[in-house]
Design a protein around this ligand. Structure first.
Ligand SMILES: [Zn+2]
Length: 148
């Protein structure tokens, strides 16, 4: 799979993403196909070679610091996928539950579906026997802005 070049809304080059990531950006309508590649279409879109963002991203402040935590940003970081079952997620789960001192922080939260969240309750993943599919991480601005 060849990587897809992502351009800012102003046509400046930003970086490369995988074809799979490119299709997710198209599905979320954060980017449009600027240049198509030869090959089979990807669903309703031509196979992308170059994408362009719909909204301009400021490249000056983008790299300065890590984004602050918010529910919306967290769901974007985890691509709206449940950290326990991989299904569509719309809630925030605290790895160490808030009732036991767990913080609203990047490393203590994962996106979760309502079902897994209810099942886990105020337990840690170990206590609940619900291993995390991936480790929580502090995202970069890029990982947030290109995904919501
Ligand atoms: Zn789930």
């Amino acid at each position: 799979m060849s990587p897809v070049l992502v351009l800012n809304a102003s046509y400046e080059r930003l970086h490369y993403v995988s074809l799979q990531h490119a299709v997710r950006m198209l599905a979320r309508q954060v980017a449009v196909v600027e240049e198509a590649a030869a090959g089979r279409p990807m669903g309703p879109w031509p196979r992308p070679k170059v994408l362009r963002l719909v909204r301009y991203i400021s490249t000056r402040w983008r790299h300065r610091q890590r984004p602050g935590w918010s529910k919306r940003a967290l769901l974007a970081r985890d691509e709206h996928c449940c950290g326990y079952c991989g299904g569509p997620a719309s809630t925030v789960d605290h790895v160490l539950p808030r009732s036991r001192g767990g913080a609203d922080s990047w490393l203590n939260t994962v996106a979760a579906c309502a079902r897994c969240n209810n099942r886990k309750r105020d337990r840690t993943p170990e206590e609940a026997g619900m291993p995390l599919l991936s480790k929580p991480f502090v995202p970069s601005w890029e990982q947030i802005l290109l995904k919501h």
